[in-house]
Design a protein around this ligand. Structure first.
Ligand code: ZN
Length: 479
């Protein structure tokens, strides 16, 4: 029979696979090569990819208009050394662009040209406030979304034949998809796409895990604590009986490793941190040394900038993470100020052999930053202190108020902390927390103890969306 050529945009014919994998190697090849490249060789690669990306950027309305407005011409950006000349943008700029040019904004190019030309996928931000922000993926971006997650989990120890349970629903949120693809397409492990606890109950998740031999998990940390509890209370078994090999999760601002220790004790296995967003896919991962989050630097170029001045900060100093995604053409992501606070902890080669820079755990959102007596404070930085005493419920809310006395204005922060209803005595708790917080934050704050559940509403606990840790009352009229 004569071969009839399909006129459909078939996914597997829409990519040059050899070109893709020789540029961005698959997990085991990556681990032995690019991951270990000396800094100079990596920089050359980044520069080459960046210059290709700039051509895409200049053809894109969203960028070219911003860059021209900043007085730039294509000749001004001759290498990655010039990158900081380009103005950064934030998610607000993308939201505005998408509102002005519906449905997906100039950011994505012309929708009428895009649609139907090649297979497309769409994922969104969490959408904790207002409508979620859409990001499109062409075949290249979609493959990289899985490939980067596969690399991270391979380096964290997942191997062919492992059974990886993924309690995250494949929805408009990216996590379930990217872990499924990473594990299935790029490691050859078996993904159990059980979805969240709403799709498959916690009890059923555990029964399947015991029956089918789950030996690795990837989901959010809160749910892992829930699973351990359900295992104990409903299955009358210790979750350690699963003999889990590894847990791959998002530890967030767990700077003193208390959350990691809790999970490792509950599950009896190592717990590894991951970092990513829907635009970046998997941008960073801990290796088995657990000594910082390696940035996947062949894919993502990271700058850390001072929150107020926008100037680069020295290694070791916290600042806004500004990212350029070197492999993304749809949409290009060039100097995106994520407004996540990050800090480079090492630029040295790691004991794992990797040379890619390591950053600290996610340190919170700069939108939440409060300046108190010249010190920048991130409400998330209270987490370790609050969790350090078992008499708290682990929940808190920072309240900032402006006081005026004799014409002098002074901002004060009070940290409202919930006391567990099981706590027998709270003697000295206020003082203990105030001392610890002063050490962690670098400035004196007051602690106000409140009853169990008192913060539920103000801190948005136990509901859809992320908890709120800051209540800023400074602009309210004082009576
Ligand atoms: Zn390492």
């Amino acid at each position: 029979m004569d071969a009839i050529r399909s006129e459909l945009p078939i996914y597997h014919q829409s990519l040059d696979w050899n070109d893709l994998f020789s540029t961005y190697p698959v997990p085991d090849v990556f681990e032995k090569t690019v991951f270990r490249w000396p800094r100079e060789r990596l920089r050359q690669f980044q520069n080459k990819q960046f210059l290709k990306l700039m051509e895409v950027g200049w053809r894109n309305e969203f960028y070219s208009r911003r860059w021209k407005a900043a007085g730039l011409t294509p000749g001004d950006i001759r290498s990655i050394d010039d990158i900081a000349k380009l103005p950064a943008y934030t998610s607000e700029d993308v939201k505005t662009d998408q509102a002005e040019h519906p449905p997906f904004g100039n950011f994505h190019g012309d929708w009428n040209t895009l649609r139907g030309a090649s297979p497309l996928k769409i994922q969104t931000s969490g959408g904790t406030t207002g409508k979620p922000r859409a990001t499109l993926y062409g075949p290249y971006e979609w493959e990289m979304n899985g490939l980067t997650q596969g690399r991270a989990m391979y380096i964290q120890g997942v191997r062919p034949g492992d059974v990886v349970q993924i309690p995250a629903t494949c929805s408009l949120a990216n996590l379930g998809w990217c872990v499924y693809k990473g594990v299935h397409d790029y490691i050859g492990a078996l993904p159990l796409t059980t979805g969240s606890g709403i799709v498959t109950s916690s009890r059923r998740q555990l029964e399947l895990a015991f029956d089918w031999g789950t030996n690795a998990w990837c989901c959010f940390p809160e749910y892992l604590t829930q699973l351990a509890k359900v295992c104990r209370d409903e299955l009358r078994r210790d979750v350690k009986e699963l003999n889990t090999k590894s847990i791959h999760t998002f530890l967030g601002p767990d700077t003193d490793n208390s959350l990691r220790r809790t999970l490792e004790e509950l599950w009896g296995c190592p717990v590894y941190d991951l970092y990513g967003t829907n635009e970046m896919g998997t941008a960073g991962f801990e290796c088995r040394e657990q000594n910082g989050v390696h940035i996947m630097e062949d894919c993502i170029y990271v700058e850390i900038e001072d929150v107020e001045t926008g100037k680069p900060v020295a290694d070791g100093q916290p600042g806004n993470m500004v990212v350029t995604i070197l492999h993304r053409g749809l949409p290009p992501v060039i100097r995106y100020n994520v407004r996540d606070i990050a800090r480079i902890v090492s630029t040295e080669q790691c004991n794992c052999g990797g040379c890619m820079r390591r950053m600290d755990k996610f340190l919170g959102r700069s939108d939440d930053m409060v300046k108190l007596r010249g010190v920048n404070i991130y409400p998330m930085a209270c987490l370790s202190a609050i969790k350090s005493d078992p008499r708290t419920t682990g929940e808190w809310l920072c309240v900032v108020e402006r006081h005026e006395r004799d014409g002098v204005i002074r901002d004060e922060m009070t940290v409202r902390v919930e006391v567990s209803r099981d706590a027998s005595a709270v003697d000295g708790l206020k003082e203990v927390l105030e001392k610890r917080l002063q050490g962690d934050l670098g400035v004196k704050v007051a602690v106000d103890l409140v009853r169990d559940g008192a913060l539920a509403e103000a801190a948005n606990l136990g509901r859809e969306g992320k908890p709120k840790r800051l209540l800023d009352l400074r602009n309210q009229k004082q009576n």
